[in-house]
Design a protein around this ligand. Structure first.
Ligand SMILES: Nc1nc2c(ncn2[C@@H]2O[C@H](COP(=O)(O)OP(=O)(O)O)[C@@H](O)[C@H]2O)c(=O)[nH]1
Ligand SMILES: [Mg+2]
Length: 327
């Protein structure tokens, strides 16, 4: 490892936020020398990771995720925690924007000494965005952040990606309306360890309580992710700062219960293993696509598949045969 990498690792471990930002920039880079440096950095810092609670925050756009993170994050800071906020937004490459671009909703948090807010990395694929966020999460842990919040855009596959990299998955809902109305798929519901009906304030208080009751009974018929943890439903107002302390209580209860049952550790181990395999698959495909012998074959095979002349399975076999033969 180079000297500069060595001192970067030390600065990150000392909790230096600028060093952390630099480390994340390395992790997000696609340059191969940066990739190499990032890999070494991660390996050095690995023993310093794992000491946080990783919380995924999801829900449809407009439900109040960013507002909730601001309220929740500030409560945690008051209680002496160090809070990092990351995001998975695979659309940011397309739209040029990023969900945490709306730092206005995280006014205090974004500038607090014990907080670290990082927008979603840009990336062409969800896989790429996911990998960078996972690695950033590890760097944040090494820098001593003990609560890590990962916000999703609330559309498409990003929910599953975030559930796969966090310990606890929190789903925010709007008052009133069934899940069809709110556009929540059953699969997403089933990932939730905690459901929060947000905007329980003003005129919406009653309907929020109704929604809370509805989901409490609905969840009874769903399979929970952890045998030791029955998903809970709470109501809160991120804007009025009510019900937020109860959320933290629930998180602590989740952590102690799943730690005692051994499920939290098991969950993390499985996540790491499947991460290893998705990395392997992505790297192999990237290498295969870059291989000269394969590259020249691709247009022809793709055309044949597009025209319906060649079964995709056969085309895949040919690509792999050429890849293997060329070594
Ligand atoms: N009344 C009320 N409005 C809220 C609450 N939380 C968020 N909002 C508003 O809902 C809108 C969307 O919030 P935002 O945090 O950007 O949602 P996100 O897209 O899920 O991140 C904003 O206008 C917020 O002020 C809440 O608890 N009560
Ligand atoms: Mg947001």
């Amino acid at each position: 490892m180079t000297d500069s990498n060595e001192s970067l690792a030390a600065a990150i471990k000392a909790g230096d936020r600028r060093a952390l930002a630099k480390g994340i920039t390395l992790v997000e880079s696609t340059r191969s020398d940066h990739r190499q440096q990032a890999a070494e950095l991660l390996e050095t810092l690995m023993p310093a990771t794992g000491n946080s609670i990783r919380i995924g925050i999801s829900g449809v756009p407009g439900v109040g995720k960013s507002t909730f993170i601001e309220a929740f994050g500030n409560l945690l800071l008051e209680r002496g925690h160090r809070v990092a906020v990351l995001a998975v937004d695979p659309t940011s490459a397309v739209t040029g924007g990023s969900i945490l671009g709306d730092k206005t909703r995280m006014e205090t948090l974004a500038f607090a000494k014990n907080a670290f807010v990082r927008p979603s990395p840009a990336g062409k694929t969800l896989g790429g965005v996911t990998r960078r966020t996972r690695e950033s999460l590890l760097l944040c842990e090494a820098a001593g952040f003990d609560v890590i919040l990962v916000e999703t855009v609330g559309v498409g596959q990003s929910e599953t990606a975030v559930a796969d990299m966090t310990d606890m998955f929190v789903l925010l809902l709007l008052p009133a309306g069934g899940d069809e109305l709110q556009g929540i798929k059953r699969g997403i519901m089933e990932l939730a360890d905690l459901v929060l009906v947000n905007k329980a304030d003003g005129e919406q208080t009653n309907s929020a309580n109704q929604t809370m009751a509805d989901y409490r009974s609905a969840l009874h018929f769903m399979k929970s992710r952890f045998a030791s943890w029955q998903p809970q439903v709470l109501a809160c107002s991120s804007l009025k700062n009510s019900g937020i302390a109860e959320v933290w209580q629930e998180v602590e209860s989740f952590r102690s219960t799943t730690t005692a049952s051994g499920e939290l550790q098991q969950h993390r181990a499985q996540q790491a293993r499947s991460w290893m395999w998705s990395e392997t698959a992505e790297a192999l495909v990237a290498d295969l696509k870059n291989h000269p012998a394969v590259k020249s074959l691709v247009p022809e095979l793709e055309q044949a598949v597009l025209r319906g002349e060649l079964p995709p399975t056969l085309a895949a076999q040919r690509l792999i045969e050429h890849y293997k033969a060329s070594d």
